[in-house]
Design a protein around this ligand. Structure first.
Ligand SMILES: NC(=O)c1ccc[n+]([C@@H]2O[C@H](COP(=O)([O-])OP(=O)(O)OC[C@H]3O[C@@H](n4cnc5c(N)ncnc54)[C@H](OP(=O)(O)O)[C@@H]3O)[C@@H](O)[C@H]2O)c1
Length: 391
């Protein structure tokens, strides 16, 4: 494993971090049912191979939307690290902005989170998913005083935020406080999306730790890869996996400190560790950079719904499997028009009737949770009309 400095914290962080939003589950219809045995194996293997950054949140593996108890990611992670390795790793957790109604809630939720994590402190505490809506609300409730308080009483070593919006709000947020760490979305498709590369460079120039999320765009860059894209990757002198290209693009940047990936199998974990153990900055050849650029242009010509399969919108109270519906709709957008029937057949085969877009009641609850700002009910209506109409 290779390590880089985490901003000006003085910490050295493994360049691959573990995103605890996609642990293996035992019941496909209930994301809160984490397969503990398998997850413990993944966590154990991670630590033994040098991963020292673990990113969770109150909402990961939630049973219901806006749950007051939060999800089971924190609980399982806490159980694992209360038995082993606590001092060897950095645990990052996040403030559930959606649940915060008044100033007292900051302490209420953090104390509950520490209890779930079975620890007295988190290494990193981030305000979750800051954007133009959440930032003014948190600011008015004096979140910055709260961050000072938890650093001085030792409940958090470092503080920061995760970000899902554009540069016009990123800059003022950065200027408002002495942040330690910022988590942003980046992959070779998202160079100019949300904070993008420009935001990353700015954060790094302020000596703030940079944590990257969605390096594989939630799996989109490795699953159902269009043939046109596969052909371009074939041009490389060495046969590489899709994951290799995506991680290498990020590790090549000196401004990146650590890259989080959600890994739910040992095979993926081993591959990602292997890539991270050889990826020094500035080592991509000009030919490899050109290949990535070509791939990016192909994807851009067929961009669909920007879903990163983070499942913040899940579970839908009416049973719709929102990310799965989007997968097959995006698949359709990547195919030629003649193959429309193929995408429809996949949708009808792989999305059970109770999970299909037609179950959406337009209740709108999911909209405020989506970090990509997707108008989910509107898209579901389109998907219903595309795949489920009999005419
Ligand atoms: N703060 C926020 O607002 C926010 C938002 C999104 C994410 N995050 C954090 O950032 C972390 C990383 O984001 P992410 O989970 O979207 O990461 P990602 O690496 O872009 O996507 C993970 C997906 O890629 C697949 N994958 C991983 N390694 C693979 C490999 N070697 N080969 C093939 N497929 C592979 C996984 O598939 P399987 O499903 O088969 O395992 C998983 O579905 C999250 O886990 C979470 O901790 C934070």
């Amino acid at each position: 494993m290779l390590y880089r400095k985490l901003g000006n914290t003085g910490e050295k962080v493994s360049i691959l971090g573990f995103g605890c939003m996609r642990f293996p589950i035992t019941n496909v219809n209930d994301g809160s049912k984490i397969d503990k045995k398998q997850t413990f194996e993944l966590l154990n293997h991670s630590v033994e191979n040098g991963i020292n950054y673990f990113d969770t949140s109150f909402v990961y593996h939630n049973k219901v939307l806006f749950s007051k108890d939060g999800g089971t990611s924190e609980t399982v992670l806490g159980e694992f690290f209360s038995q082993n390795y606590r001092e060897d790793v950095l645990i990052a957790d996040k403030l559930p902005v959606w649940n915060i109604k008044e100033e007292e809630d900051f302490n209420k939720y953090l104390n509950l989170q520490l209890k779930k994590l079975k620890t007295d402190y988190v290494d990193v505490f981030l305000i979750h998913s800051l954007n133009k809506v959440h930032w003014p609300k948190m600011y008015e409730l004096n979140v910055l005083n709260f961050l000072d308080e938890i650093k001085s009483d030792g409940r958090a070593k470092y503080v920061g935020f995760s970000f899902h919006d554009d540069l016009s709000i990123l800059y003022p947020i950065i200027k408002s406080y002495n942040w330690d760490i910022i988590q942003t979305q980046l992959n070779y498709l998202d160079e100019s999306y949300q904070a993008g590369v420009e935001g990353l460079k700015y954060i790094n120039s302020k000596n703030i730790g940079t944590v990257i999320m969605e390096p594989l765009k939630g799996g989109k860059l490795v699953n159902n890869v269009p043939l046109k894209v596969q052909d371009i990757f074939q041009k490389s002198e060495i046969n590489r996996t899709f994951a290799w290209w995506a991680f290498k693009y990020l590790y090549n940047k000196t401004e990146v400190n650590t890259v989080l990936s959600g890994m739910s199998s040992l095979k993926e974990l081993e591959e990602n560790i292997s890539i991270a153990s050889k990826s020094r900055p500035n080592t991509l050849s000009s030919n490899e950079k050109e290949i990535i650029q070509e791939v990016k242009e192909i994807y851009e010509s067929m961009r669909g719904i920007e879903c990163g399969n983070c499942k913040y919108c899940m579970p839908c109270p009416y049973g719709v499997d929102i990310p799965k519906c989007f997968v097959w709709y995006n698949y359709l957008l990547m195919l030629s028009i003649d193959d429309k029937e193929e995408a429809k057949n996949h949708y009808l085969e792989f999305v059970e009737p109770k999970n299909r877009a037609s179950n959406c009641t337009q209740c709108q609850k999911c909209i405020q949770l989506c970090p990509q700002d997707i108008n989910i009910p509107h898209e579901l209506e389109t998907i219903k009309n595309t795949f489920e109409s009999t005419t």
